[in-house]
Design a protein around this ligand. Structure first.
Ligand code: RB5
Length: 150
């Protein structure tokens, strides 16, 4: 399994904590930055990390900012990406089971590093349920392609 990581300055420390956690678990990752606490623009970092998932280079993305909100908006503009802001273990589990999310977004001002790492573990180990949820996830793709029938 390979993870695509990204964050802006507002979550630089959270990303570093998640990196350590992944290393401990022997999970490979690509760190798309940022690489310091110097102020940067979150859309660019979210885009780079999300694109690596959409292109099939990484299985999942973990993308963070101060709130998790901005990076999720940016990531969801990338075709093929289903990014979910998660603030609890329950959300991390459900967005895999029902939405087949391939990117988890979190906020450094919202969750502790310990909570974030726990959510990462749940997100990475929970399977998509498929079935009726596959139909709905396919409809998300239809929206993306401008061809949903309503
Ligand atoms: C940066 O100040 C902050 O706006 C950013 O980290 C993020 O929370 C945006 O949604």
């Amino acid at each position: 399994m390979k993870i695509s990581l990204g964050a802006d300055h507002g979550a630089f420390e959270l990303k570093e904590a998640i990196k350590k956690h992944l290393e401990k678990k022997g999970i490979e990752y690509t760190d798309h930055g940022c690489y310091s606490k110097e102020s940067v623009d979150y859309p660019k970092y979210a885009y780079k990390a999300a694109k690596d998932v959409a292109d099939g280079n990484c299985d999942f993305g973990i993308i963070c900012c101060t709130t998790g909100l901005g990076v999720s908006m940016a990531a969801n503009k990338v075709k093929g990406v289903r990014a979910a802001v998660c603030t609890s273990n329950h959300l991390a589990e459900m967005t895999r089971r029902h939405n087949n999310a391939n990117v988890i977004c979190m906020g450094q001002a919202v969750v502790t590093p310990e909570q974030a790492c726990e959510m990462v573990d749940i997100f990475l180990s929970t399977e998509f349920e498929g079935g009726r949820h596959q139909r709905r996830v396919s409809q998300l793709t239809d929206i993306e392609n401008g061809c949903i029938e309503v």
